[in-house]
Design a protein around this ligand. Structure first.
Ligand code: FAD
Length: 318
């Protein structure tokens, strides 16, 4: 079922999670061991991230270095199919612009359509490691909005280079896009970023999922500004339970977000990571309760390889 239809049909806030494909060569069991303990909260949908290739240098005979392209976490679409098959839960594969021509993107979307997947989260993706800025693939999509437009065209039966096909079968994908309560790191300011978000919605995206945040006020302000701009689709808050002291500095660097001073003060008093995890869980429970009270349609948890902290929060609020 489409994410937006699940939201429309539900009388209470929904629970959902994001998972990462396992590292190449590892078993899919690691995915099941995240989903199994969270099943009792009836995830409305499960997002599966996409990880593009990285370049590494391998030492070859004679001391030469060879630049090799590796994908460390392949399997997004296969995992979605496996989850749907095993748990009968809707999945949302992430699909990115980076590294794909439009033709390759189209083939990937056709696979999703044939598998009965109803949703995609459409993203630009980040720059390849060691490149300073994002470079689109020649013949690929440059921004998420371009990829939204490609999916919208397929949803209306317009495939690339196929103007005269009879009995064309359109895709019917519900399109999610990313939003950043604390601004995307490349955007010159929040207003400019919001204008680009509005353009993605105007191009046909159906809902927004936010980057994680630790200060609910940032989400509330973001939603207010979106509504003032005429963005009227569901805006799903993304939550990540903080589980160690070091994350207080890693998460801001990686995801360009602020850690509120109260949370930082509480973390600084912790002697161990186990103590810090308790602080993180308590903080997230407070966030989750307030978000539910404010009418958030879904609480979307970034599991990041660990079900237990999410389960602790969910068991208190759902
Ligand atoms: P866009 O919407 O294209 O925006 C990128 C930047 O360009 C922004 O600063 C925006 O303001 C600006 N911009 C947008 N349109 C234009 C335009 N027409 N002209 C000029 N500037 C413009 N990455 C992955 O690789 N895999 C994942 O699975 C993944 N999942 C994610 C899930 C969520 C919920 C979120 C929030 C992020 C995720 N990301 C993922 C990270 C994401 O790919 C990066 O944040 C990326 O840098 C931006 O993606 P976007 O879709 O927001 O890009």
């Amino acid at each position: 079922m489409k994410v937006v239809d699940r939201i429309k049909q539900s009388k209470s806030p929904l629970f959902s999670i994001e998972i990462l494909p396992p590292l190449k060569g590892k078993s899919i069991q690691s995915i099941y061991s995240i989903i199994d303990p969270l099943q009792e909260f009836k995830p409305a949908f499960i997002d599966v991230t996409y990880h593009r290739e990285e370049y590494v240098y391998k030492k070859r005979e004679g001391g030469f270095l060879e630049k090799v392209s590796v994908r460390k976490r392949p399997g997004t679409v296969g995992i979605c199919a496996a989850i749907m098959n095993k748990y009968h839960i809707d999945t949302v594969p992430h699909i990115i612009c980076g590294g794909f021509t439009k033709e390759e993107t189209e083939s990937a979307l056709i696979d999703l359509h044939f598998l009965g997947i109803d949703n995609v989260l459409v993203l630009r993706g980040d720059a390849v490691k060691n490149e300073r800025s994002f470079i689109p693939e020649p013949g690929g999509n440059a921004y998420a909005i371009d990829l939204v437009k490609q999916v919208v065209k397929m949803n209306s039966g317009k495939y690339l280079h196929e103007e005269d096909v009879l009995d064309v079968a359109p895709t019917n994908l519900c399109i999610g896009v990313a939003g950043y309560p604390e601004k995307h790191f490349e955007a010159p300011n929040l207003t400019s970023d919001l204008r680009h978000l509005k353009a993605k919605i105007d191009a046909g995206a159906h809902y927004v999922v936010t980057q994680m945040f630790y200060d609910n006020q940032k989400y509330f302000d973001f939603v207010k500004k979106c509504r003032e701009m005429g963005i009227n689709v569901p805006i799903i808050p993304g939550l990540k339970v903080l589980t160690s002291k070091s994350q207080a500095s890693i998460l801001p660097k990686t995801f360009f977000l602020d850690i509120p001073q109260d949370l930082l003060d509480a973390l600084e008093k912790c002697k161990t990571d186990a103590d810090a995890k308790e602080v993180g869980i308590e903080w997230c429970i407070k966030q989750a309760k307030e978000l539910i009270k404010s009418g958030a349609p879904v609480l979307h948890f970034y599991s990041m390889g660990s079900a237990e902290p999410v389960r602790r929060v969910a068991s208190t609020v759902f």
